[in-house]
Design a protein around this ligand. Structure first.
Ligand code: NAD
Ligand code: IPM
Ligand code: MN
Length: 347
C-alpha cells in the first residue's frame, strides 16, 4: 500500500512528521511512502505549486496524507502559481469531491472549547462539504466597469449532477450515524442554492429513514454556537463548508484538532487537517499535530481498511489528552514533538 506524503508549507512538515511517527509506531506491514512537493515549497523548488511528479505520485498512491499549503512569500504570484492551487488542483484532478470533516468533543477537552462546557460536550457532528464545484471553480477574473472601476468576479454555480452525488454522500453518512441530515444553503438569495435545495429534496426520496432539514447558512453559523448538539450531519457546498468547519473547530476546542478526509467516486482519499500552514507559528515547533494524527487515522480506516489501527490512534489521542497533553492552542505549553511523544507513549 502506497501512501503519498505531501507535507507542504509552514507547519505542514512539522505536523506531518508527527503523524508519520505515529503511523510507524503501529508497525503495519506493507506500508510504503513517497514524498512529494506541494505548495509554496514546490513553487520555490520547481516553479509550480503542483508539479506533474507530485500529481503522478498522488495518482499512483492508495491514499494521500497532506499537511498544509500557503506561504506569504507567494501572495503576489498569479493565482495559478499560488500554493493553494496544490490542494485545489489535487481535489479537482483526482475528483475528490466529498470532504468529510468530523467535529466531536473529546470529553477530556471540554474545557478548551470557546463554548460553555455543557454546550460543547454535546458536539458530535460531521460536515459533508462538496469540494469540486461552487464559486471556487467557476469563471473568475478582473475587468473594468463602464464607469472605469476595477472589478473582480467569481461565478458561483452548481449543476444537478454535482449536487446529487454529494447529497447521496450526505444521506449515506447520516444513515450510518444518527439519521439526521441538515442541508445548509442560502436558497433565499442564491439560485445556486435553490437548485441545491431542490436536488437534495429529490435525493431524499431514496432515504426515507433519514430526517432531512434545511437551514440558511447565516442561521447555521449562529446555531453552531448556540446549540451545536442539534446537528448530526451538515451537508453543504464548498464555500459554506469551508467557513462552517473552521467555526466548528473552535466549538470543539481548536483548529488544531479537526481532521478531514476527501474522497472521490472510487473511494480514493486525501487526508489533511482542516487548518492551513499557520505562518504565524511556523518553524517554532508549537503547532498542534493532533489534527494531522487524526487525519492519518481516518486514512487507515477509509482508504486502507485498517479500522482497528485507526481506533488505536484515536484512543491514544484521547488518552494523551486525558493525561494532560496540551499544546499552546489548547491552553498548554507542549510543543509539536512533545504532543507526538504523548501520543506515542499512549499507544
Ligand atoms: P491557518 O489555519 O493556517 O491559521 C489560522 C490560525 O490558527 C493561526 O493563528 C494559526 O497559528 C492557528 N493554527 C492553525 N493550525 C494550527 C495548529 N495545528 N496548531 C496550532 N495553531 C494552529 O489559516 P490562515 O492563517 O488563514 O492561512 C494561512 C495559510 O494557509 C494561507 O496561505 C491559507 O491559504 C492556507 N490554508 C491552507 C489550507 C490547506 O492547506 N488545506 C487550509 C487553510 C488555509
Ligand atoms: C481548506 C482551505 C482551502 C479551501 C484553501 C487553502 C484553498 O481553506 O482546505 O479548508 O478553501 O478549501
Ligand atoms: Mn479552510
Amino acid at each position: 500500500m502506497l501512501i503519498a506524503l505531501f507535507p507542504g508549507d509552514g507547519i505542514g512538515p512539522e505536523i506531518v512528521a508527527q503523524a508519520k511517527r505515529v503511523l510507524d509506531a503501529l508497525g503495519i506491514d506493507g506500508l510504503t511512502y513517497e514524498e512529494g512537493l506541494v505548495g509554496g515549497a514546490a513553487w520555490k523548488a520547481v516553479g509550480h505549486p503542483l508539479p506533474p511528479e507530485t500529481l503522478d505520485i498522488a495518482k499512483r498512491a492508495d491514499a494521500i496524507l497532506f499537511g498544509a499549503v500557503g506561504d506569504p512569500d507567494c501572495d503576489g504570484l498569479e493565482r495559478h502559481l499560488r500554493p493553494e492551487q496544490a490542494i485545489l488542483g489535487l481535489r479537482k484532478e483526482l475528483g475528490l469531491f466529498s470532504n468529510l470533516r468530523p467535529a466531536k468533543v473529546f470529553p477530556e477537552l471540554a474545557d478548551a472549547s470557546a463554548l460553555k462546557p455543557e454546550v460543547a460536550s454535546a458536539i458530535d457532528l460531521l460536515i459533508v462539504r462538496e469540494t469540486n464545484g461552487d464559486v471556487y471553480f467557476g469563471e473568475k477574473g478582473f475587468r473594468t466597469t463602464a464607469e472605469g472601476w476595477r472589478e473582480g468576479y467569481d461565478i458561483m454555480s452548481y449543476n444537478e449532477a454535482e449536487v446529487r452525488r454529494i447529497a447521496h454522500g450526505g444521506f449515506q453518512a447520516a444513515r450510518a450515524r444518527r439519521g439526521k441530515l441538515c442541508s445548509v444553503d442560502k436558497a433565499n438569495v442564491l439560485e445556486t442554492s435553490q437548485l441545491w435545495r431542490d436536488v437534495v429534496i429529490e435525493v431524499a426520496k431514496d432515504y426515507p429513514d433519514v430526517a432531512l432539514s434545511h437551514m440558511y447558512v447565516d442561521n447555521a453559523a449562529m446555531q453552531l454556537v448556540r446549540d451545536p448538539g442539534q446537528f448530526d450531519v451538515i451537508l453543504t457546498g464548498n464555500l459554506f463548508g469551508d467557513i462552517l468547519s473552521d467555526q466548528a473547530s473552535m466549538c470543539v476546542g481548536s483548529i488544531g484538532m479537526l481532521a478531514s478526509a476527501t474522497l472521490n467516486a472510487e473511494g480514493k482519499g486525501l487526508y489533511e487537517p482542516i487548518h492551513g500552514s499557520a505562518p504565524d507559528i511556523a518553524g517554532q515547533g508549537k503547532a498542534n499535530p493532533l489534527a494531522t494524527v487524526l487525519s492519518a487515522a481516518m486514512m487507515l480506516r477509509y482508504s486502507l481498511g485498517l479500522g482497528a489501527e485507526a481506533d488505536r490512534i484515536e484512543a491514544a489521542v484521547a488518552r494523551a489528552l486525558a493525561g494532560g497533553a496540551r499544546s499552546a492552542d489548547l491552553g498548554g505549553t507542549m510543543g509539536t514533538e512533545e504532543m507526538g511523544d504523548a501520543v506515542l507513549a499512549a499507544l
